[in-house]
Design a protein around this ligand. Structure first.
Ligand SMILES: [Fe+2]
Ligand SMILES: [Fe+2]
Length: 294
């Protein structure tokens, strides 16, 4: 079973809506122009799509921030680029939004996010259905929305009390024999060094998500938001992986699960490197096995 995970493409288009100059999008445009534009290479997004297909995935996971300021033009462009991966019967596609996809509470922006969410998840769920679970062989995916419009200078994650309670109910259900659990969300609870994310970049309920991981209710958390890709193994062997910003670092996270041994093997696919791997390329890939839990 192969899970292929990418995140944070931050596709940017200048908003056509004049009201964008009256809300947070103005700040987003300035921020993007000054800080991000020179670092982002959108060719990496196109290249990633063909690479992901060539990896013959069973599940493709995207952990959000597909857009820069969450406008309908940006979502339309994202759907165009992702066309080869949409509604493909060969694999499941799981998408959760990031804070940049839910940037402002404008009706058209919110509708575009809802439509994109529904389309990318192959019509399986509506955004308001989350949290939901998806079972595939011995794996159970917990799919969580943490993106809501926030105030001007905040990039914090938000999950309502009701959503968190719904998630806890699902997590408290007994595991099936040999079941492994993966959470799909935009926010990691820690950064690559194992430290709490700074305010206002962290989830407002990050302590509660930390407890879920510390209690061993999740084996692997797949996230984005932190733009430098990382993987971090907690003392209880729970694994966190942020795929980082695809259009800056060009990294795709690949997880291979063996039902026979109940273990995962992880490596990064670097799409900035030439596409034809040398025969010994596998040797340089980072290997990691998440400890099997009974
Ligand atoms: Fe991001
Ligand atoms: Fe983010």
């Amino acid at each position: 079973m192969r899970i292929v995970h990418f995140s944070d493409t931050h596709v940017f288009r200048a908003p056509r809506d004049v009201r964008a100059f009256l809300d947070k999008r103005l700040l987003g445009v300035i921020n993007f122009s000054l800080r991000r534009q020179s670092r982002i290479d959108y060719n990496l997004f196109d290249r990633a799509v063909s690479t992901i297909k060539s990896l013959a995935p069973d599940v493709v996971v995207c952990t959000g921030d597909l857009t820069a300021v969450g406008t309908p033009q940006e979502f339309a462009d994202v759907l165009d680029v992702l066309a080869p991966l949409r509604n493909n019967p060969a694999f499941d596609f799981i998408f959760v939004p990031g804070n940049h996809d839910a940037y402002v509470p404008r009706k058209r922006c919110k509708e575009s996010l809802r439509e994109t969410f529904y389309e990318l998840n192959s019509g399986r769920w509506k955004l308001d259905d989350l949290p939901v679970t998806l079972e595939k062989d011995n794996l159970r995916f917990f799919v969580v929305n943490q993106a809501q419009p926030t105030n001007l200078f905040s990039s914090a994650g938000i999950t309502s009390d009701a959503e968190l309670e719904q998630l806890r109910t699902e997590l408290n259900a007994p595991r099936k024999t040999g079941e492994k659990r993966l959470m799909i969300s935009h926010y990691p609870t820690l950064n690559g060094e194992g430290h709490r994310l700074p305010w206002p970049r962290r989830h407002t309920k990050d302590r509660q998500f930390m407890k879920i991981l510390d209690d061993g209710q999740i084996d692997i958390l797949l996230s984005g938001h932190v733009h430098t890709p990382f993987k971090h193994v907690q003392p209880n062997s729970t694994l966190q992986i942020s795929a980082g910003a695809l259009t800056i670092y060009g990294q795709i996270n690949v997880l291979e699960y063996s039902p026979q041994t109940g273990t995962f093997r992880q490596y990064w696919k670097d799409i900035k490197k030439p596409q034809t791997p040398r025969p010994d390329a596998m040797e340089s890939q980072t290997l990691l096995q998440a400890k099997a839990r009974e």
